[in-house]
Design a protein around this ligand. Structure first.
Ligand code: DGJ
Length: 704
């Protein structure tokens, strides 16, 4: 970036590293209908409308996407930002009330101050640099130095202008049970935008986007990522302008958002995690995997091997008592499963999904004992114990709602929108956060619980808080997520060894914000392994497999009815935080033996999978009949290759892949087949697979 003669902070270049002064890239020309600032009125080649901005203002002649929109005390909507100074410091400060990328030893911070002196508004652009992971983290702090309250209507975390080039965009859309589907297309002229207004990062549009060259592939070419570290309403916008320049703006979704900023107050945006790679999309993914594994996941969980769990949901749904759960635990122990998770249905009046949310008291009548007794019996078997909560929700049919109807988000003068027959609690209220904290603590204090599954099963509507005045209702969506983060923070401060797995009807809140608190997130309610190939592959563009909750479930699968072998189900779930979600009483002896072997394999490969380098080896458009991926150890002497057939063809070609990340000169042994190859032959010549025919067969190869 550079400051020009008018004091405007221009964005000069972002890409492959160079120490050169890149200001030569800026060209000035008089483009009709692109106006000039008053001080430069004689220079018709100078226009904010055509220059690349580091953080774009609004209403003063740059007609492209603004990064910030403010209504100042006199009603003006103009924001004209000029450079006012910078400082560079070692390390970084946390954000207030928001998750952030934790400092590494090498982190440095640059703060650039931009000022609109007409309305006494300062915007500090914060840049935290992570050289080892090759990541730049951006956010903005807006300070009102005037004597009047101002209203913020948009406050982006990052704005990046690409002066030249034609780009493809990749985004991750989806739906419940089919999250993070990758879509790529050439950015057209005009505005293209993605985002969520559901009060959650959402199944439908993940807060992660990629901009890449038209010819970028998995392993070659330039790409840029922008990941918002935020779990609420978000927006990713692109604009290709009159001259072909591309602007990216990312931040809190401005629709329905406003924030009153009194004199001397400041507003901080969430962080946007930016990265560039010249090594294709796999290269970009590696940067995100590294930053998430090293600087976002809590240090407590970075190296810890996650327990192999069995979850009661698809095994029993709401139909259980303690005896049944103990039978599951016994069977699980015999197969070397390490933790039993009791899912939805253990509290209040909860025998289906129409009632009980909010009443976090154990239903001892249903269980037939106390939760402590159940947990103790499970621990006596040598298993850990986990419990499901959905803290941010309430059913109308609950004691909590009957005593505190004002704690639900809802418009005063209309009936609320229901989903799964539940309402959303007003997490912007401190009394709600305090209630949930004490309700959860009373269970966690009285019962030995190593793990909590934190669910969130509907999109928010009726963003109206009974605790805020009319002028502040635009703050509800953001205050909601701040309340959720506060509750997570309080619980983890009190129970630092508690593992919280995020969940939102599967992967509806799979984002870097939640990963700051939750080292793993249930990837999808779709447990069909063939569908999971797509879901986990899409998720892998931004997020490491060590964060993806993945379980072996029953066959035929409960969501799709598809029958898939236990072997393939195991291979797919192993590329995640491995577990089971099926009724162990329905397993044959042979299946139980196979599961024991799967768990032995999981332990054998767990570190390679969790800490190794991950490569997508296939693209669905090139190889629609199979999906392959691999892990390479950090020292590159060990690799695990997985391939699953998604379509078997008679007399078809051999599935074939070129391996990645090996040492070309080294000899790799393929233990299973007593064969050996050089790294070069496996990477340049590739490897073809000879599989016995059958639906959805799979193979796993371990090279050392
Ligand atoms: C949605 C989750 O994704 C499921 O795994 C399960 O916990 C249900 N909610 C329980 O209601």
């Amino acid at each position: 970036m550079g400051v020009d003669n008018a004091g405007v902070l221009l964005h000069l270049y972002y890409g492959r590293k160079t120490d050169a002064d890149m200001s030569y890239l800026i060209r000035y020309t008089d483009r009709g209908f692109s106006g000039n600032p008053y001080a430069l009125r004689t220079n018709r080649g100078y226009s904010l409308d055509t220059l690349p901005q580091e953080y774009s203002g609004s209403g003063v002649g740059d007609y492209r996407l603004p990064a910030v929109q403010v209504v100042s005390g006199n009603g003006s909507r103009s924001v004209d930002l000029r450079y006012a100074g910078f400082r560079i410091t070692k390390g970084r400060e946390p954000l207030q009330g928001l998750p952030f990328v934790r400092a590494s030893e090498k982190t440095e911070t640059l703060v650039v101050t931009l000022r609109d002196s007409a309305i006494d508004l300062d915007i500090q652009l914060l840049y935290h640099v992570y050289p080892d992971e090759d990541v730049i983290v951006r956010s903005a702090r807006i300070t009102n130095n005037s004597s009047k309250t101002v209203m913020i209507e948009k406050a982006a975390s990052a704005c990046v202008d690409f002066l030249y080039g034609n780009y493809d965009v990749i985004h991750f859309h989806g739906r419940h049970c089919m999250e993070r589907m990758q879509e790529r297309f050439a950015l057209p002229r005009g505005i293209t935008s993605f985002g969520s207004r559901r009060g959650m990062s959402s199944h439908h549009s993940n807060p992660f986007v990629i901009l890449c060259d038209r010819h970028t592939t998995e392993n070659t070419g330039d790409s840029y990522g922008c990941m918002l570290m935020y779990s609420g309403n978000h927006h990713e916008e692109f604009e290709v302008d009159q001259a072909g320049s591309t602007r990216l703006v990312s931040g809190i979704h401005p629709d329905g958002f406003s924030w009153m900023l009194a004199p001397e107050e400041a507003f901080e945006t969430p962080e946007a995690i930016l990265s560039f790679s010249a090594d294709g999309l796999n290269g970009l993914s590696r940067h995100y995997h590294d930053i998430i594994r090293k600087q976002i996941i809590a240090p407590r969980w970075q190296q810890a091997r996650r327990p192999v769990l069995i979850n009661s949901w698809e095994a029993a749904y709401f139909d259980f008592d303690a005896q049944k759960i103990l039978r599951f635990a016994n069977a699980a122990r015999d197969m070397d499963i390490e933790m039993l998770v009791l899912d939805d249905g253990w509290f209040g009046k909860r025998n289906d999904d129409n009632s009980g949310l909010g009443d976090w008291t154990v239903n001892e009548h249903k269980l037939g004992c106390t939760m402590k007794e159940l947990s103790d019996r499970i621990h006596d078997l040598g298993l850990k114990f986990g419990l499901w909560f959905e803290p941010e929700m309430v059913n109308e049919d609950s004691d909590l709602f009957r005593s505190h109807p004002e704690w639900a988000l809802r418009d005063p003068d209309r009936e609320p929108m229901l989903a799964r027959n539940q309402l959303v609690l007003d997490m912007s209220r401190q009394d709600v956060v305090d209630y949930l904290f004490s309700a959860m603590c009373s269970i966690l204090d009285s019962t030995r619980i190593e793990y909590v599954k934190w669910d969130f099963n509907r999109s928010i509507a009726n963003f109206y808080s009974h605790a805020l005045p009319a002028s502040r209702q635009g703050e509800v969506a953001h205050r909601f997520i701040l309340g959720t983060y506060q509750l997570l923070e309080k619980l983890l401060s009190r129970y630092p060894d508690l593992m919280i797995e995020g969940c939102s009807g599967g992967g509806g809140r799979f984002d870097a914000g939640m990963l700051y608190y939750c080292p793993q997130i249930w990837c999808s309610d779709d447990t069909d392994p063939i569908e999971r190939l797509e879901i986990q592959r899409g998720t892998s563009y931004g997020y490491p497999v060590s964060t993806m909750g993945a379980h072996v479930s029953a066959s035929p699968n409960h969501q799709t009815g598809r029958a898939v072998s236990l072997h393939t189900r195991g291979i797919v779930a192993q590329s995640g935080t491995f577990g089971y979600e099926l009724n162990p009483e329905k397993l044959s002896d042979a299946e139980k033996e196979e599961i024991k072997k799967q768990i032995r394999d999981y332990h054998r490969y767990a570190d390679l999978i969790a800490h190794g380098t991950y490569y997508r080896l296939t693209e669905p458009s090139d190889t629609p009949d199979y999906c392959a991926w691999m892990f390479v150890s950090q020292d590159r002497t060990e690799a695990l290759v997985n391939l699953v057939m998604t379509h078997v063809r008679a007399n078809g070609p051999f599935p074939f892949v070129k391996l990645q990340g090996l040492l070309p000169e080294r000899i790799y042994h393929l233990q299973e087949q007593s064969q050996q190859f050089t790294g070069a032959s496996l990477m340049y010549g590739g490897y073809s697979f000879q599989l016995s025919p059958g639906d959805y067969c799979s193979v796993q190869l371990h090279f050392t």
